[in-house]
Design a protein around this ligand. Structure first.
Ligand code: F6P
Length: 483
């Protein structure tokens, strides 16, 4: 029987070692959390990195790591510290990531990292080929593995290969600055179907292909010598019912069943019953606009002191890529900003910002989502932003207001939110006031529409749509060959 081979940089599980014992925790990040339910329900194996370098795994535990992964239908790719440095911290996160998010001033690039990126992509491709059997479908994910589709195609020309990019694809004018632009495009074009979250990313990609590689592009199809490659947009959804049900359960919890975090959130409500909690949740990443968000919050309090003691910003930043200097600098900048603003506005009974720098278990995430009245998500650039969707899914009574950056892929599907430009503090400040004052009926009207849409286009639907289109593309490809 044929199977689907999912392949991404990281596995949906993270393996840690504590006192010579293996501990398995779920991976954070949109891709892993999003695709997990598709993997669990289907006939698939998932190939990826376990989160530990080869040097971090004692030899006697290597087999156990494999076994833990296998239990979850996963295959762990072993990567050395040197490979992780050049491939993950290097080319993926110091070259591609900033470039694709339009942070050109952060974009570095050197041949050594590029060589490691190629070698590691080859390692992933070889691992796929070990498990590949004719009839299988291969689904490659994200910018860390841009070269994998063609590496597979060279060895298995008949393979059915899909590629999905979870981050933006930049405009041609930005992409063309990459020294390895031809190789990257040729790598991705090994796929039969290439997916993006939005139509804009799709057309940027098509324009780069036609202008750099000079391939013929008709609407959303690229004609190669012996194949047609289809490009399309598939906005990724969430496991909607998981969040919806968790929020319903949360609403039923008695005081004894609630977490310590929830008790603190409840205390806030008791002390200041008409105050609003404003939530932000992100990986600590410069693309997420966290520093600007805090500055916008300062602007809001400066210009509207009537809201002092009437609002609180609850910020969760999940540690990420902490070996990359820009992430280290951002961490210091945020620490400093939070300290300064809390120092500037705090009163004896109130602190404007609660800041958590850690990852949180799912139960606590639900506490945050369910207890907050407003979500303030202000990425400077974001492929999608699943947090926006999760916030809406947890509105058990359809109350609450989402303020969302127009630079997030999710904004294209969430017009009923208050859409803002993350660089416009005046606009963010007005949106906060609009959110605070919004009548309950209006909140419910907006959220009802959003919920209906998100429930319909869940992650499962997204994955099935992609896979169906991949199958059709394959059929189309075969008929193209026989003409
Ligand atoms: O969606 C972009 C992405 O890089 C995913 O590939 C990844 O799952 C997530 O962000 C988290 O990033 P990282 O794996 O670098 O921690």
């Amino acid at each position: 029987m044929s199977k689907t081979i999912i392949i991404s940089n990281r596995l949906p599980l993270q393996i840690n070692i504590e006192d010579n014992n293996l501990e398995v925790t779920p991976s954070v990040g949109g891709l892993a959390t999003g695709l997990k339910s598709f993997h669990k329900d289907g006939d698939s194996i998932w190939i990826g990195w376990s989160g530990l370098t080869l040097e971090e795994i004692p030899e006697n535990l290597l087999e156990d790591v494999k076994a833990k992964a296998r239990k979850e239908d996963c295959v762990a790719v072993n990567l050395t510290t040197e490979e992780i440095d050049g491939f993950y911290y290097g080319f993926s996160n110091r070259t591609i990531w900033p470039l694709f998010h339009y942070f050109m001033e952060y974009t570095e690039g050197n041949t050594a990292d590029w060589e490691t990126y190629k070698a590691v992509n080859r390692k992933y491709a070889n691992e796929i080929l070990k498990h590949y059997e004719e009839g299988d479908q291969i689904w490659v994910h994200d910018y860390q593995l841009l070269l994998v589709p063609n590496m597979i195609r060279e060895v298995a020309p008949e393979a059915v290969i899909g590629f999905f990019n979870h981050i933006p694809f930049p405009s041609y004018e930005v992409f063309r600055t990459l020294p390895w632009r031809n190789e990257v495009l040729e790598g991705v074009l090994g796929a039969d179907l290439i997916g993006f979250h939005t139509y804009d990313y799709e057309r940027h990609f098509l324009s780069s292909v036609s202008r750099i590689l000079r391939h013929q592009v008709n609407f959303n199809e690229i004609t190669l010598q012996d194949r047609i490659v289809k490009v399309d947009s598939f906005p990724m959804g969430i496991d909607y019912t998981k969040f919806e049900n968790a929020a319903k359960e949360h609403a039923k919890n008695t005081e004894e069943q609630s977490t310590e975090l929830q008790r603190r959130l409840d205390d806030h409500l008791k002390e200041t019953p008409d105050a609003k909690l404003i939530l932000s949740i992100d990986r600590l990443d410069y693309t997420k606009g966290i520093a600007n968000r805090i500055r916008a919050f300062e602007y809001f309090l400066d210009h509207h002191p009537e809201y002092i003691e009437k609002v609180r910003l609850v910020m969760l930043s999940v540690p990420s890529r902490s070996n990359v200097p820009q992430y280290q600098r951002l961490k210091r900048e945020i620490d400093e900003l939070v300290g300064r603003i809390n120092g500037k506005f705090s009163t004896v009974s109130w602190t404007p910002i609660w800041y958590f720098y850690r990852s949180m278990p799912f139960k606590n995430l639900i506490d945050l989502y369910a207890s907050c009245d407003i979500a303030l998500l202000t990425p400077i650039r974001d492929g999608m932003n699943l947090v926006a969707k999760e916030f809406i899914a947890t509105r058990a009574k359809q109350t609450g207001v989402l303020i969302l950056s127009e630079m997030a892929g999710a904004a294209h599907e969430m017009n009923e939110a208050l859409i803002i430009n993350p660089n416009n503090f005046e606009q963010i400040s007005s949106a906060l006031i609009q959110a605070i004052k919004m009548p309950v009926e209006e909140q419910q009207q907006r959220n009802k529409v959003l919920q209906k849409r998100l429930k319909r286009y869940s992650v499962e639907k997204w994955a099935n749509d992609f896979m169906e289109t991949l199958q059709n593309t394959r059929t189309h490809r075969d008929s193209f060959k026989s003409t």
